[in-house]
Design a protein around this ligand. Structure first.
Ligand code: MN
Length: 248
């Protein structure tokens, strides 16, 4: 059993050590993570420049690229033999609802799924410094379940952990992706040379109250486990679009 651990927070993220220790009970753990914070890089690949891989110690590497680069590098260069599982995280900060489209954490797990491995993306719903020992133990337990039960092809799990002492976590809920109320802003400033520059900003996301969602579970103190599928096809729309008789 080979387990690839990656993330989008970078090789110095505090969750990697506990995760590596806990998962090593299940098999050989290989860490391949970006050399710096690559949060919100989504599923981007580095194609317009070469990138380098740095070996820190046995089975620990950093890549000067994106989370997806890390998974691709592991698959096609660093790891001999099949990678059975990809665990991406534990991200510092939530990855719920539509945010899965921006998330480097989820993208790395998706890349693992595309390559044929069982994959789990895990996020802790806080950006504060946290204790990752109990969350890592939970992830190892979940990984063991995934190994036992298997995941269907092109499916993965997206996990969000509530921010509270682990003894106060109320349990696990299987959830749907929730929905954000968008309040992003584009902040325009002026640099010392008089030219405009921009920050994408906004307050913390506000969520639609939707029972059964990832946000509702985490908000109520549960671990949220959302099964995701890569096929985004809107099956219900297929017949309806046929009726449009789109002209050529
Ligand atoms: Mn991140």
């Amino acid at each position: 059993m080979i387990i690839l651990v990656t993330n989008d927070d970078g090789i110095s993220a505090p969750a990697l050590g506990p995760l590596r220790r806990q998962l090593s009970a299940l098999g050989r753990v290989i860490v391949v993570a970006p050399d710096r914070d690559q949060s919100a890089t989504s599923h981007s690949l580095t194609l317009h420049r070469p990138f380098r891989i740095h070996r820190h110690e046995a089975d620990v590497y950093s890549v000067d690229g994106t989370p997806t680069d890390c998974v691709v590098a592991a698959w096609y260069g660093l790891v001999e033999g099949p990678i059975d599982m990809v665990v991406s995280g534990i991200n510092q900060g939530p990855n719920m609802g539509e945010d899965v489209f921006y998330s480097g954490t989820v993208a790395a797990a998706i890349e693992g799924t595309l390559q044929g491995a069982a994959a789990i993306a895990v996020s802790l719903v806080t950006r504060e410094v946290s204790d990752f020992e109990s969350p890592a133990r939970f992830v190892a337990g979940l990984a063991r379940r995934v190994i036992d039960k298997g995941l269907p092809r092109r499916r993965l799990l997206n996990v969000n952990l509530p921010h509270r002492p682990w003894e106060q976590v109320r349990g696990v809920r299987i959830t749907r992706l929730g929905s954000r109320v968008y309040r992003d802003t584009l902040v325009r400033k002026v640099d010392p040379r008089g030219r405009d520059y921009y920050w994408i900003g906004g307050e913390d996301p506000v969520w639609e109250t939707d029972a059964g969602s990832d946000f509702a579970a985490v908000h109520e103190g549960f671990v949220s486990v959302t099964p995701l599928r890569l096929d985004l096809t809107d099956d219900a729309a297929l017949d309806q679009l046929e009726t449009w008789e789109i002209p050529t």
